[in-house]
Structure formats: structure tokens, C-alpha cells
Design a protein around this ligand. Sequence first.
Ligand code: SAM
Ligand code: SF4
Ligand code: SF4
Length: 375
Amino acid sequence: MPERVIPLVDIRSSGRPLAVPEQLRAPTGVLTDRRRRPLRDLRISVTDRCNFRCSYCMPKEVFGPDHPYLPHASLLSFEEITRLARLFLAHGVRKIRLTGGEPLLRKNIEVLVAQLARLRTVDGLPPDITLTTNGSLLVRKARQLREAGLQRVTVSLDGLDDTVFRRMNDVDFPVADVLAGIAAAQAAGLGPIKVNMVVKRGTNEQEILPMARHFRGSGVVLRFIEYMDVGVTNGWRMDEVLPSAEVVRLLQSAWPMVPLEASAAGETAQRWGYAGADGRFDPRLGEIGVISSVTQAFCSDCNRARLSTEGKLFLCLFASEGHDLRALLRSGASDAELSGALAKVWGEREDRYSELRGSLQGRSTARVEMSYIGG
Ligand code: SAM
Ligand code: SF4
Ligand code: SF4
């Protein structure tokens, strides 16, 4: 069979310059886009490097030993990230998620967490700070992160079977070490912990029930994510997507389950609770979530902005271009100017890729990679 050739469109260097509006208005704490979606959630990618090579995200054929990662000087410094985060909070952001690449590979990440934890939302509260990680370094880092002010972690884990897991991370990393990382995070008080499992038909669907059985009643919320067409390097195909509806059917064949209310507006996961003998949700047995990014678009209340490792602002996970906040930041712009530029760009936002996916098929080729922008 001929080797699969995967085009890598490097769109990291392109970026739209950000315009500073002539009239600078002070932030009001509520910023809505053209579809009336408020800005609430900021995801910050702190590195484009990773020690795993999950085939759906950083396939080895593309992210090989010679891959040109971003040089250190291109990355936003902790001070730059914290300054921008403060401006985002003034516009209504409540929740900050650190991601990557693998965020725990960024040196002294706990120092950034401590800086962010000192910021305040418009309600005068500390922001809700969380982090998504592959869990490989949690045993070493969980306690320091908690002490720095991190509240929760989400750990990605695609199966319990060691052979399947080692194949999926493609660096032969043992599942036992991730489970130890989850235990360390629980012991450090970084809960309730969420575990994200990307389900790929034909690769790890047989792990759905063992994963559910393992985490049922453990206090960990397991979430099943549909394999998405993020980036262009993973060679995504619709027939490898296992729709969440099938996941729920499979779980219901093993346990009685009841639908639960969404925990917050803009929440990406649909929640299902394990029912007790009386047929009602039993919180001791816990809940699962399904994230149906492909089969059920949730753009209508998407309140997430994404800041890339080198300071580009992305308004959608599937955007082909970011807005260059770093250039403006490093040009000596004032807080008022940066804040005005942010307000302008969010105010003009119209993105809703998942809703349009069907009609765009095949025409959207230059998409940003997940490892660069984070989940
Ligand atoms: N390295 C960290 C990790 O794996 O948790 C953080 C970054 S990773 C890009 C964030 C999340 O994106 C992970 O939960 C990962 O499973 C998910 N992800 C990556 N590529 C994906 C894809 N093609 N479809 C669905 N989820 C994906
Ligand atoms: Fe790394 Fe996370 Fe991507 Fe896997 S999903 S390759 S752990 S960044
Ligand atoms: Fe938000 Fe874009 Fe995903 Fe829609 S496709 S939910 S706009 S990130």
C-alpha cells in the first residue's frame, strides 16, 4: 500500500493584524458577538510541544524529530499571558483553561497558574482555572499546581487496555502511569476530575464500557468526545467518528441512565447520570458526558476564545486564521488599546463551523492544528 501523504499547511505564521478602534470604551464586563454569544471562557495554549503522538492530533509522520516547533522567543511570556488574561476577565471571562500541546511541559507552569490565580473576574471572584493534560507528568506536578491555585484538571485517556493505549499515544506510554497521575490529582484536591476519551471507530470503541466501569462511582466524570476534523494532519474521515448517540446506547445497555441538566450555559457536554435502584440519578454512582462536536453542533452558545502559544486570538477551533494579539502587545499598546481591539474582534465574531460543517465539506483546507491551539 502506498504511504499516506499528509499535507501540513503551516498557518502558524499568518495572522490578521488587530485594529485598535478610534473610540476606546472601558470594558463593561459583558461582551457579545454578532450572534449574541457572550465571551466567558478563555483557553490558553502554553506550548506547541508534546511528549505523546496521538494519531488524531500529532501524527508521528508529520510531527517527527525535525518538526519546527515555535522558538522560545515567539511564545507569550507568563507576564504577557497574565496581562491579556486580565483584559479578557474585564470583558466577562470567568473560566481559564490552560492547554497545549502538553501544558505540563511548559517550564514552571505553576508560576503562571499562581499569577492567573491572583486575577479577579468582574464579580470580584478568582477565575475558575483548569488545565487539560495527558496526565503523564501529574504524579510529579499535581501538588505544586494545586498549591499555586489550580482548581481542577481534565485528563485525556483513550482506553484502559495497555496495548490499545500505548498504540494510541504512539510513544509506548503505559496506562498505569496516567492512572497514577489521576490518583495524584485526586489526592492533591484537583477535583472533580474529568477524564476525556476521544472515541475513534475501529480503534478504541471496545474501551468504552471498561472505561465507564472503571470510573463509575469513583468521583471522576468520564466524557466521551467524538473524533473531530480539527487541523489537517490527522487524515480525518467521517466513518471513523462514532456518534455520541451510539455511545449512550451502549452505556444504557449496561446500566440504567438518566439525562441530566446542562451544568452551565455554553457547556459542551451533554450529561447522563447513573441511576440507582429507584430509577433516579444516584450522585454516588456519578455521571458521564458526551461531547458531540461532529453530530450535534453547539455553536449557538459557544462562548470560548482561544489564545495560541504565540499570542494569536482564535474565535473558533476550526478557524483558519488568528488575530495577532502579540504584535499589538509588543508594539507597546496600552491596556485600553488592547482591550478595545479585543472588544472589536469579538464583537464582529460570526464563527459557527460545526453548524456549517456539512455544507463546507472539502472546502475548508487550511485549519489550525489542535496541538497548536489546544482543545
Ligand atoms: N495534551 C493535552 C491533552 O491531551 O489533554 C492537552 C491538549 S489536547 C490538544 C486537548 C484535548 O483535545 C485532548 O482531550 C485531546 O484528546 C483532544 N483532541 C485532540 N485532537 C482531537 C481530535 N481530532 N478530535 C477530538 N478531540 C481531540
Ligand atoms: Fe499531545 Fe494532547 Fe495532542 Fe495527544 S491530544 S498528541 S497528548 S497534545
Ligand atoms: Fe465554537 Fe467553532 Fe466549535 Fe462552533 S465550531 S462550537 S463556534 S469552536
